[in-house]
Design a protein around this ligand. Sequence first.
Ligand SMILES: [Zn+2]
Length: 198
Amino acid sequence: MTDDEARRKQLAAAFQMPSFQTMVSRKSSITNAFVNSVIPVIPPTLEEIEQALTLLGMDPADVRCAYCGDKSSEWDHLRPLVLKHRPTGFISEIANLVPSCGKCNQSKGNSAWRAWMLSAAKHSPTGRALANVAERIARLDAYEQWRPPTKIDFEAILGREDWEKYWSMWEKVIAEMRQCQEVADLLRKRIMEHLAVR
Ligand SMILES: [Zn+2]
């Protein structure tokens, strides 16, 4: 490779366009908001916090990410709240929450924790080639056995009509966003054309 070629390659690799966001790529955020807004939130007792940390082998003065061991910044839903744009029925309670770092929480998203931990995803523990993945998985297995998770049957509690009405509101928002995107696409095209003739 000549110096010039190497330089060109280096320059191309040095730049990264911010990821292309559209209304439609916000669909998951909208779904998460619809689910999170109806999910019960049950604050733990101090005894439960102690039990949880003991199960995870952690000191309350030094709480670590249960997935990777980095400093924890938040608690993440172990079993996802959303699957295929609908709620799974799992809720925000300590038996379904583990300390996490932001990187793991983001990377895991709505995946099942074990599959994600073993996956080659860029920021998963396996993707990052961490040494003690099996040990962390064993801890999380024990955590899952701690007590049966609450699983909500929304339709049974709210009745089919009210529940479906809520999700038809979601469909309306998504359809509205699609229409907005069509308008945005046309406007962007016109703006690009304007830039080209200048
Ligand atoms: Zn982590």
